[in-house]
Design a protein around this ligand. Structure first.
Ligand code: PGA
Length: 255
């Protein structure tokens, strides 16, 4: 049983006023039988979003978009996993393709970040995915295996069983051109088999969510796929109605 998980990634968008409108919409309309909903806010608004959610008795959970790979100390500008835990984060994205590409994050760093989060009792959402060029060259599986490899180094056994995996083909992010449901399913199924081969049967409980231009009009067909356990939503999470309609679509397919 893998309950659906819908994560909104606001990226570096919004201001207090727009976030307040968005949260009010979400809280007024999200029903108690909704799937698990997580909002990944910019760091600066985390505490405030948390207070907003708690004050209104909302079940929506708090997430962040990044974390430091270090525990504490002289790392100017960084935010640690324990700080994120302190302000109530339950999920944190690591290895988003924008961080890999624009901020040159490498696989080993992504792994260290995930480890810090697990130590702080936060669920890492480990983002993986290939570029268009890598897909065209038939390298999708090689790239995904390489991105996940540090998690299977000696002594790290089992770390991934405490994570969520987000499969996000880089070519589908922010382009309006999502992977086709069967295409996404094939890749999710590869990731599932790869996890089972390395983690054993515990891997069947790991949630693998899809990200990359998920919208109300394609969510239903994506969630119909057996290995798609939810979504990581960028653009459409900035619109309360769209985000909620994606969340509603997942209800019929709660695996
Ligand atoms: P998108 O972004 O939904 O706007 O494609 C997804 C993401 O980057 O997580």
């Amino acid at each position: 049983m893998r309950p659906a998980l819908i994560i909104g990634n606001w990226k570096m968008n919004g201001c207090k006023q727009s976030i307040e409108c968005l949260l009010s919409d979400l809280i007024n309309e999200s029903a108690s039988n909704f799937p698990e909903l997580v909002l990944c806010s910019p760091f600066i608004y985390l505490q405030w979003v948390r207070e907003f959610l708690v004050e209104r008795g909302s079940l929506v959970k708090l997430g962040a978009q990044n974390v430091s790979e270090y525990t504490d100390g002289a790392y100017t500008g960084e935010v640690s996993a324990t700080m994120l835990s302190d302000v109530g984060c339950q999920y944190v994205l690591v290895g988003h393709s924008e961080r890999r590409k624009l901020f040159k994050e490498i696989d080993q760093q992504v792994f260290l970040k995930a480890r810090r989060l697990i130590e702080a009792a936060i669920v890492p959402v480990v983002c993986v995915g290939e570029t268009r060029d890598e897909r065209d060259k038939g390298l999708t599986e090689v790239v995904l295996a390489r991105q996940l490899e540090p998690f299977f180094a000696r002594g790290q056994d089992g770390l991934l069983s405490g994570c969520v995996i987000a499969y996000e083909p880089v070519w589908a992010i922010g382009t309006g051109c999502s992977a086709r449901p069967e295409q996404a399913q094939n890749t999710h199924s590869f990731i599932r088999q790869y996890l089972v081969a390395n983690l054993g049967q515990g891997a069947s409980d790991v949630r693998i969510v899809y990200g990359g231009s998920v919208r109300p009009d394609n969510a239903d067909s994506l969630f119909a796929m057996p290995d798609i356990d939810g979504a990581l939503v960028g653009g459409a999470s900035l619109n309360g109605q769209e985000f909620l309609s994606i969340a509603k679509a997942s209800l019929s397919y709660n695996a």
